[in-house]
Structure formats: structure tokens, C-alpha cells
Design a protein. Sequence first.
Length: 743
Amino acid sequence: MLSKTSFSKSFSSQLLTKAPVALAIAAALGSVAVQAADAPSDKAGADPEAMEVMLVTADFRGIAVEKIPSSVTVIDAQKIEDEGARHFEDLLGTVANFNWSGGTSRPRYFQIRGVGEQEEYKGAPNSSIGYLIDDIDLSGLGMVSSMYDMQQAEVLRGPQGTRYGANALAGLIYLKSKDPTETFEHGARVSLGNDKLRTFSGFSSGPMMDSGELLYRVALEKHYQDGFRDNPYLGRGDTNERDELSLRAKLRWYASDTTQADLVLMHANFDNGYDTWTLDNNGFDTLTDAPGTDNQRSTGIGLKLHFTDIDGAELTSLTSYAATDHHHGYDGDWANPEFWAARQCVDDYDVNGNGDYEELLPCQYDYTWDKRGDRATVSQEFRLTSTEAGRIFDGSTDWLLGIYGMDLKEDNNTESFYNAWPDEMLISSYEARNLALFGQLDSDLGQGYNLSVGARLERRHADYSDDAGDAFDPSETMWGGHIALGKALNDNHNLYLRLARGYKAGGFNMSLPVELADKKEFDTEILYNYEIGLKSSFFEGNADTKLALFYMDRQDQQVSASQQDPEKPQRFILFTENAGSSSNYGAELEGNWYASDNLHFYGSVGYLQTEYGDYSYQDKYGGEVDLSGRELAHAPNWTWAVGSTWRSDRGFFVNLNANGKSQFYYSDSNDSKSKGYGVVNARMGYEADAWSLYLWGRNLLDKEYGVRGFYFGNEPDNGWADKQYIRYGDPRAFGLTFDLRLM
């Protein structure tokens, strides 16, 4: 049986479908805990060490989450296991003020506190949120995120200007897989479920030498399911399939008492379909004749060298390389020739040459879009970090100095076909080179005060060219950092104030028409984040809360805009431009409570208010649309999650959890909105020493909820009139999982 110290987290109520209810419960949890802060625990079997200390591994020094002066969510291996999360997508709802854009088969584009990308159709990637797996940079390529054999997932909110620079304007997502063990451990897992779900997983870990100097760990997972879509036109139920392979391998070498080397290899091949959109928004019955694809094959290698024999300091070297082939394409008319031929369209193009543009003819509409890309990223970082003996200012201050370099190359081939005739073909080549210097001081000021100051200076140069004649080579120097003041109010309460400055590089727009020539380039975005937080523990360590209040000042906000050509409706003009200064503010609250040795509750709630500064754009007919003061896209006012786990001493296990969001805008270019929703999940079973069997269900109430929406004209028989189209999240899923563990 699993020990109490690794006890899981989850509670759910089918009655909880609105954020205010979740807020009330989370606030009540915090209120009860505060009132009992100094009261002795009368809980039977209370254990001061019941709550495992979780370190934020994305931080320079691996600080405990309750000590780090920033809003951070850490989802540990036990919670991942208890909720049965197979992919990072299954955990997204548990993170406060976090959202994602469902324009791909798996989440690839994320938003933290309302900031982040919604899509990337162009060939010059420029992420607002960093995404790393074992220090391998996959920013903008987050779909290959199997959670099998993962140690923890971390979401750092707000600019990470000191640690990760230009790719972490809004925050950072960091996934860390489990490390090799000094004793042998092996395991296998099989899951079967509806939608023809089949998942086979296994891992092995242990020493490769009797001396224990060389350790290994290998984890493999193969996942398949049909993808919850039926295509009656083709008579198939797998046009939106998920065919996903994930492999990770780690080697740890204790080369000497002062030298450690960690080598990580990863390979992921997600060969997925993409057939999710319908003209009537029915959600799950498609009519495409050429279903799309959403493939990503990523191979990465990372080498971490750690030397502790330097006088008063430690040296860390991080080397990584990642190569990715990605292919995203779809049937843009969302139907088939027979469907369109049965409809009547105005002869806009005078195909008969008789000048009669009002004649009704069978519609001819066939549109496909296809993008293939190859990306290679190489990075190198050196960090020199003080040890206890190397502290400065009378031993009160730890210091860190570092240098970072990255080279990213991506080649893309984008094709667009309309009515069997090539409409647009674009072959592009892009390269970005970053060089950064950074440093940080962490000082103990005495009387419970501590101060952290960090800064990063980054130089970036990019080169872009394509066969349409566009060429850009911008260069810029940017800086960011943070100042954080912490105060230990007592042994159980830590207060902090934090100011952070983040930045996102400016860029350029390719393939713009002459009338938009003034939008060829856009400026760097700067984000100031002001934050105050309180992290507390109660009941002798059996409960905790984390509260953060924040205000974000965005200067020259980068906005993704689009226009549909009314004369050529199959053509979309996509570009990025700067809006005036805008602001986001809100709060996050997380709480955990181990009520007994067998019962654990947790909850989180996020509140967010966002608005544009001075920003307006032209619609496809040339009219001006003023968005000044409107909320940002994919920025719900409320996000919430509640959960509970119960384990009996005899091995029985039950986990219930629920999460949801309030409504949010789908796009920066129109006012289409989602609906608020809540989903309920459950997992129950029996856990023996060497094996476990679980029955599980996700979205048990079969809630229909949108994860991406568009508002444009896609029906020629309706005069290309604008209409809202919605892509829905997964419906009810259920299945069985058998887990075998050998020690």
C-alpha cells in the first residue's frame, strides 16, 4: 500500500458546477485553517510529516514550494496517479488561472493569467509561456506530454524574467520525470476503455553497477483511442484518432564524490488525426471528406553536469537538443463535395461567363490547409552557484551567476488549396539566436526577512525569409528580473511581496497585402507583475493554504489579429500587432487538508479580470471595431477545482474531483464566447502491495463544453455570413486500469 506521506489529492462534488460555489468552499477551507492556526490538532493519528515537502525543481536552487516567493502550483506524482492523469491535458483544470486553446488534437498553446498564445499559423515561433520537459525546451510544442512515470508538473505564474527570459513572459510550465533509483523498481500498466482506448505502459529503474555509481530509468507508453468523433460520410469512427508513443530514458552517473552527470533521452511520436469541426456545431459527428492530421515527432537529449568541488561554489552545466517534425492540417470546408453540391450558391464568380451573378448553382466548395515544419533547438547554460561556505556579506547572502545561449531553427511548408486549385504555397526558413547573462542574490536580512533580487540581460537576433519575397532580420536587447521580499511571520506563515519584469521579443508579419504594409513589424511587449502572497500551514503540518494577489501591467501588448477577405472568403490574413497598455489583476488560492490518515481534501480557485488598453481593428468590411476595455481572449473570470481522496487500511481507494471555468472570449478578433462549465471525474479501486485495479471515469456527467471557437463565414450558401463555430472537449470517458509493481 502507498504510505500516507505520498497520499493523494482529490475531491469532487456533482453539485459543484459554478465557480462561486468552489470559491466559497476554498475560502471556507482557508478560513477554518486560519482560525485553527495555533490550536493543537485533535485529529486521530495526526502526523506532523503527513504533508510531503515539494521542491520547485524549475527554480535555480530547488526551493520548497511553501518558501518560494512566487505563485507556483506543483502537482506531484501521487496526485497525478490518484486522478489517473495520462496526459498533461488531464491536469489543466486543476491549476488556478490557467487555460488552453483547443485548436490542436492535444493542448499546445496555453494562457496563464490571461496571457499566452491561442494558435500559431505563421512560421516564426515566439512563445509567451515556456514549456520544458526535463530541461529540454519544447515551448510552443507542448502536445507530447505523457504523464506516465512523471515526478511532478509545475506551473510558475507571472514573468520568469530572471530564470527563463524571453520565452516566459506569462510564466513557465516545467515537467520533471522520475529519476533513477538506487534499488530495482519495475512496473507495468494496462488501461482499456470506451472510444476503443488502449494504453500499455511500463518502466524499469535501478543500478547498472554493483557499486551503485551508475543508475538507469526507462519508461515507455503506447496510447491509442478513436478520438470521440464519428464521420458518417466516410463511415469511420477514427478520423480524430490519438496514436501516441512516449519514451524516456535516464542515466545518472556519480563520477566522483563531487561530480554528478545526468543524461536524459526522450522520444515522442504523436500520430494523431484532426477532425473536430462541424458546420452545425453538433460536436461529434463530422462530414469531412479529407480528415486532417496533427502529428508531432520530437526527439530530445539533455545532459546536466554538476560539480561541487569548486571553492565556495557549485557549477552546473545544462546542455539540451530537441528536434521536432510537426504536421498540422485540416479540411477547411468541414464537409464534402456531395454535401455542398446539394446546396444552392449564388454564382459570385460568373463561371458561365454570362454576367448573371445572381444565378443559383450547386455549391462548389473544397478547401484544405496544411502546414509541415521542422524545428531544431540547441541550448547551453552554465550556472555558478554559491555554497554555504561561499556566501557573501558575512554569510547572509547566496549568489548565482549564469550565461545562457540558444539557437532555434525552423523550416515550414504551408499550403492552402481552394476548389482543387493551389491558392497559397509558402516555404519559409526561420532562425533565432539568444544569448543571455543573468544573476541572482538571495539574502537573509534577519528577524525573519529575506530578499531575492535577480536580473537577466538578453540579446536576440532573428532571420526570416520565404519564397514570397519577405525577409526580416531584427535584433534587440531586452532585460528583465525580479525583486522579492519575504517575511516569516512565524513558523507556519510566510508573507512575500514580489515585483517582476518580463519581456517578449518583437517580431514581424509575413505575406501581408499592400493595404496592411504598415503592420509588417510589431514591438517588444513588456509585462510588470506586482504580487503579494501568503503561504501558511496548519494542524501541525496537516493542512496548508497558498494565497496570491496580483496586478499585471502590460505595455505594448502583442495581439493576434485576423481578417477574412470578403472578396475571397477562403483567404485569411493573420498578423500580430501592438495594443496600448492593458492590465490583468486577480487572485489564486490553493488549499490542502489531510483530515485523517485516510482522507485528504484539496481545492483551488482563481479569479481574473483582464482588459485591453487602447485597441481597435478593422473588420473584413473595413469597419472599425473598438475593443478598448474588453476582456482578453481565453481569460475566464473564474477557474476552480475541488477534490478528495480516501484510502482504507484494507486497500480500497476512492478519488473524486471536479473542475471548471466561467465563460470566456474565444478570440481577440471577435466577441464570440464560450459557456461556463464544470466537469466531474472519479477513480476507485483496490491497491495491494504489488498490484492495483481501478475503475475510472472522466467527465462523468457528459458535460458539453467548448475549448476553442471561431467566428467567421464558412458557408457559401449563406453568403459567407459570419457565424460562431465551436470545438468541444472530450465527452464522457470510462475504463479499467491494472497496475503491476515489482521491487
